[in-house]
Design a protein around this ligand. Sequence first.
Ligand SMILES: [Fe+2]
Length: 231
Amino acid sequence: MTELEFILALRITICDIWIWIYSTFTAAVMIIKQIKISGFDVFCYIVGCERTVIGAVIDPGGNPEHIAEEAKKAGVSIAFIIHTHGHIDHTAGTGRLKQLTGARIVRHRLEGDKNEVDILLDTEETFTVGDIIFTIFHTPGHTPGGICLYAEGNLFTGDTLFVGDSGRTDLTGSDRAALGRSIRRLMELPDETAVWPGHDYGPTPSSTLGWEKRNNVNAREYGFYNEGGPQ
Ligand SMILES: [Fe+2]
């Protein structure tokens, strides 16, 4: 090896180490609080960025005072209220929670009534909460403008995917084939991705995509069946 080759190799090695250090120590730390809303077993989520303490509430289906209190306990300032979709059991607490927090309301542009919405999401984009960058998946099927949010190995699935099941497709605006396509796209994420569903309908309050591939009742019909079979 010549002196020049040695210097180049050394520079590349130092550069690789720096990239590793940067990516290891700059990943945002995400606070997640799962809150069960009384009535329809809806799961609401407080998600927050640990460094900036900026947060969002996903699907405030009710109990807005309790949600605001939980956010306070977690030390998170709620800047956004995000609807995975527009069904009332996921949105009923929105107005009061906005009064309490001043948060802006976010939903997909294809989803229902947009009168009170402050930020409309387009088909596919990212959405930033503090240092957390959510990838927005437009997942039609349960409703036309349903979304799932992914960040830091966590997937918030609304009524697209439940633990062991998936959303209804017998409602106005539902499309069963579209739901199958939407879930198949989600299944391209790593198997260890945590699934945070919109209702407490399964044997556990959360799961992983790998578990869903083996155990979800719709896995075979929607084409994400894992030949390993049920655990
Ligand atoms: Fe729904």
